[in-house]
Design a protein around this ligand. Structure first.
Ligand code: GLA
Length: 693
């Protein structure tokens, strides 16, 4: 069933095509694991909680196609009708994350192979190589049968392609992948000479004489950084190719149903390049899980939300999965603290999500994730989690008017590029096993603690509207993107570049002449050697601040070229060298931080940058209270989340949509409490800054 009026991408994307009339609330739903009486009980309890969307059929391939070529949609039809009768919309999954055992038996060659050429065993999930034409043909067949079968069913409001693509099958070294990689490399470089130049194969005499000699970077002594980086890109492209193939089938049968796939956006680098994939989806969706023992887990949650917002072009995105309580894959899986379920869900909403979806609705008794929490835990309805879920359902109904509003007043951008993260882990480095996002996280934490919202954007994003741009450890950057940072500064912006930025170009080749390579001219300084520190070592700066992990032998010109030395190293191998510099460039300022500062000292530097660039917080709140503003065409909403164990106050006015209470000037927040104010008139004073309207 195809439509004569094909929707354009612009009409497919965004709130107009959102699967629920209000904020989406629900989770992964696996009724195939349960008897029918339990399914009927689910309908009652979903009604009680206010669930309006479930993700169905993620692992149901074998239910739809119990044997090769024998299709049976009886169960699916029954479920779709039942959910529709109960007013619950369906985010229907293509079931390709769960390869039927009969397919593994018929085609063992579809299994991904590790770098030693060992195939995964059948079972688990995502047991397929993204390059396999055999798998592709079976996958597209079930997708075609499924889509043609459900086309026109009113319950089907969104498509969920596969599940966490790349989670388990992200990198494959099978013969098919090797052949595809050779083709990909040849298409990219055209000549073997160009390939040898790009990868620098003269080192260790690894020069190729033909593309036929190229392999995936599997088990050898140590790998070429260019080859490793290209293999990351290739692998992401192969998974994207699979996604697009499934999407094309769905678009043919159900052109008006929005299509998504669930990302795993966290700190990065990600298994696939989500930023470059995001436009391929109609609604950008994320799965996010916090780590219980991490005291800053709510800040890590905010970091991923701020990344998601950039991927949705500033508009609403969908939190597709998070946990109602403990996960089960960490060494120790801790439950959420009292009230944390609601704080976390609202934390995602504050940063632009128009949903609070969970993995999963009902806790499984059996199978791999039998101890993963759920909206309805093993304990059943009479439980803390289900009470919190019901409260959250009520909150989401009270917040319905927030749907479609966007995070506003964002004055700070943090540049983040997955390719830079891949480049950091591709090849040997001054510090091995570094985590690319740690520098970005450190700055983001400091901003979070000051109630300053940041957009975490790719380096090709438009920067002009931001008052402050941070370039944290952006190891790989193109000349064009480095130039854009310079243009931004010349036009009056303030930028902070931090250590290990601008070091390599797009093929992972070091930029010579002094670090930080691509940003050296802008900053007016040059480092000639890195001097990383052991875990225990600390180096003092002459302004009383302390460096950990990283210092540099940096030189600043003595000819008055506008470089101000803000602080020098007062110890370590780099004693006396500049540590932090500031340079006026055009109408703006370019700062360089060559050291990894202790958190409190980084906070002090951030304070200075915020004040110099005129960045204001969303509200005056004490440390530990999250404050983020969303705005619609007519209203402004201030999210306040007290993550501390102490009562707190926020300087703000408006009506708390969760309680109906009108606050005039001060909002009391009990320990762990949340409030969402409709600010009505209180904000329209012209102080909203240059962020998005
Ligand atoms: C992921 C998956 C789910 C489930 C959850 C919880 O996000 O998409 O299927 O495995 O993790 O572990």
């Amino acid at each position: 069933m195809t439509s004569s009026t094909e929707p354009t991408r612009a009409t497919r994307r965004g709130t107009a095509n959102w699967p629920t009339a209000g904020l989406s609330f629900g989770g992964d739903y696996s009724p195939e694991q349960w008897p029918w009486e339990t399914v009927l009980e689910d309908m009652v309890l979903m009604g009680e909680a206010g669930v309006n969307l479930v993700t169905l059929g993620v692992f149901s391939w074998v239910v739809h196609e119990p044997q090769d070529g024998r299709f049976d949609f009886t169960w699916l039809d029954r479920m779709l009708d039942l959910l529709h009768e109960h007013g619950i919309s369906v985010d229907l999954a293509t079931p390709t994350a769960a390869v039927p055992m009969w397919l593994h038996r018929l085609h063992p060659e579809i299994l991904p192979q590790d770098e030693h050429g060992h195939p995964l065993a059948p079972g688990g999930r995502l047991g397929w190589c993204a390059s396999s034409p055999v798998f592709r043909s079976y996958a597209l067949r079930i997708v075609e049968r499924l889509a043609s079968h459900v086309a026109g069913h009113p319950a089907v409001r969104m498509w969920h392609i596969s599940n966490e693509l790349g989670g388990g099958n992200g990198r494959c070294h099978c013969p098919v992948s090797n052949a595809r990689f050779r083709d990909w490399v040849e298409a990219k470089y055209a000549t073997v000479d160009a390939l040898n130049d790009a990868w620098g194969t003269a080192f260790w005499g690894n020069t190729y004489s033909s593309f036929a000699e190229v392999t995936t970077p599997s088990g050898v002594t140590a790998h070429n950084p260019g080859q490793l980086l290209d293999f990351e890109r290739f692998s992401s492209d192969e998974l994207l190719g699979h996604y697009r193939a499934e999407r094309a089938v769905l678009q043919r049968w159900t052109p008006h149903v929005p299509i998504t796939t669930n990302f795993m956006v966290g700190l990065g680098p990600d298994v696939v390049d989500y930023t470059r994939w995001a436009d391929e989806t109609d609604i950008v969706a994320n799965d996010h899980y916090t780590y219980g023992p991490d005291p800053l887990r709510h800040q890590e949650l905010a970091f991923s939300g701020d990344r998601m917002r950039a991927m949705s072009g500033g508009g609403p995105w969908m939190l597709m999965e998070h946990a109602a309580g403990a996960a089960s894959w960490h060494p120790i899986n801790q439950p959420k603290r009292p009230g944390e379920l609601i704080r976390h869900a609202l934390g995602h909403l504050a940063r632009g999500s128009d949903s609070a979806m969970f993995f999963q609705w009902r806790a499984s008794r059996l199978g791999t994730e039998q101890f993963h929490s759920a909206m309805l835990p093993h304990a059943g309805r009479d439980s803390r989690i289900f009470r919190d879920i019901t409260t959250l359902g009520g909150h989401l109904r009270a917040l319905r008017e927030v749907q479609g509003s966007v995070v506003a007043d964002v004055q700070v951008a943090i540049l983040h590029d997955n390719e830079a993260g891949w480049a950091v882990k591709s090849g040997l480095k001054p510090i091995n096993r570094p985590s690319y996002a740690e520098s970005a996280r450190a700055v983001h934490n400091a901003l979070f603690e000051r109630a300053v919202t940041a957009d975490i954007v790719p380096p090709w994003a438009a920067l002009a509207d931001y008052r402050l741009v941070v370039v944290p450890g952006l190891f790989l950057v193109s000349d064009t993107n480095a130039r854009a940072v310079r243009d931004y500064v010349e036009a009056g912006g303030t930028v902070l570049v931090t250590w290990f930025s601008g070091i390599v170009d797009e093929v992972n080749t070091v930029r010579t002449g002094g670090f930080p390579g691509a940003f050296r001219d802008l900053l007016g300084v040059s480092s000639e050697e890195f001097s990383p520190l052991t875990v225990e070592e600390r180096v003092a700066l002459d302004n009383g601040w302390t460096a950990k992990r990283w210092t540099e032998f940096m030189r600043a010109p003595e000819d008055g070229s506008g470089v101000e030395i803000v602080a020098r190293y007062a110890g370590g191998t780099v004693s006396g060298a500049p540590a932090i510099t500031r340079r006026t460039v055009g109408a703006g300022a370019a700062w360089y931080l060559s050291a990894d500062l202790e958190a409190a000292d980084l906070g002090a530097l951030v304070d200075r940058l915020l004040s110099e660039s005129g960045v204001e917080p969303a509200a005056a709140v004490p440390r530990g209270v999250e404050a983020v503003r969303r705005r619609s065409a007519s209203e402004s909403y201030l999210f306040l989340i007290n993550h501390t164990a102490e009562p707190a106050w926020a300087d703000a006015s408006g009506t708390d949509l969760l309680t109906g209470t009108l606050h005039d000037g001060q909002v009391p927040l009990a320990a762990g409490a949340v409030a969402v104010l409709r600010e009505s008139g209180a904000w329209s004073t012209g102080s909203q800054g240059p962020g998005r309207p």
